[in-house]
Design a protein around this ligand. Sequence first.
Ligand SMILES: C[S@@+](CC[C@H](N)C(=O)[O-])C[C@H]1O[C@@H](n2cnc3c(N)ncnc32)[C@H](O)[C@@H]1O
Length: 362
Amino acid sequence: MTEHERDDAGAAKRKAMQGGDAAEKKLKAGDTDGEDSGTGADVASHRPAGSDGVDSSDASGDGAGTDEEPKLSKRQMKKEKKKELYRANLAVRRAREKERQRQRKREARLNNVALGPSRKELKRCTMAGSDCRVRIAIDMSFDHLMSEKDLGKCIKQILRCYSANRRAKNPLQLHITSFDGKTKDAMAKHSGYNNWDVYFQPDSYLDLFDREDIVYLTSESENVLHELQDDKVYVIGGLVDHNSQKGLTLEIAEENGIQHAQLPIASFLEMKTRKVLSIVHVFEIVLLVSEGMSWKEALLHVMPARKGAAEKSTAPAPGREACGVADGSPGDADRAPVDAGGPPDTVPAASLPPGVTAQPDA
Ligand SMILES: C[S@@+](CC[C@H](N)C(=O)[O-])C[C@H]1O[C@@H](n2cnc3c(N)ncnc32)[C@H](O)[C@@H]1O
């Protein structure tokens, strides 16, 4: 190689390296954008399909005008690997779950255990035909307090509540209140939702129901719910807040002079973490209890393992046998409504609805 040729080669190498630096800087900038926007999904939605977040036409230097794959930063490669692993595991998890379901069915058949209603039967199990008249409302008046991502999570939980209710032989009377604006727009992504067997109400629960019938469920309440009543509306805050709005629903209930209560978690379980549950878990617990399961069983059944819930050794009697129990039907007379199913050391409070005790639940 002549000296002139060596100079040319050196210049080309330097240029290529500068181009590489610029591309790397761009990638890093793209990465930060991704972080700001939150999730991988958000990131993906901002970027053209197949680009992996890199505008290759702009990545001057190495890749420009060639078929070469755009370079990914270390962080992006990690993200991609994670996503891949998740996708790979998803199939395995689904297969395992299917196998578990098959196994459960086989065992149920062998032990002559009823398998529950078929899909066809479930179609007939509507709220209108339900024996359960207990009303439950998910209060969506908090959508202005949630990011788009958290509102999406909240809507997903509503989907799960609906799905659980749809599978129940006697579904709860499910209302979604303050269903308007951002919430309605976010729900519109789920086509056909307006055909669901759910009462979607643009109005607030405060305008829809009699105040004395409303019981706001909130983990911060000093009152404890021990019994579900057919004439009550149990309100769950439609809020995914990562504990940033601690005590908000209690404040609202107090401001509006409505009753409030927490689930009887501490009566039955030792908890390693806080007693704030997600919307869907609260819904599922109430649904199971409305179907006749004891509070303890329902709490243990639904409570996520990460909450570290363990059964208390001296737990009181079950909460409620079925929907409509405390409506004067035979057998109700010898049960004091306030105490029914509650811990023996709790006291009734005149201003509280039956089934709610006014004593810290611990
Ligand atoms: C994720 S929590 C929201 C917590 C929120 N900071 C608040 O002030 O309610 C969602 C909803 O589930 C219900 N909830 C959660 N844990 C509960 C508990 N231990 N007892 C009763 N309701 C509970 C409440 O209605 C609550 O608004």
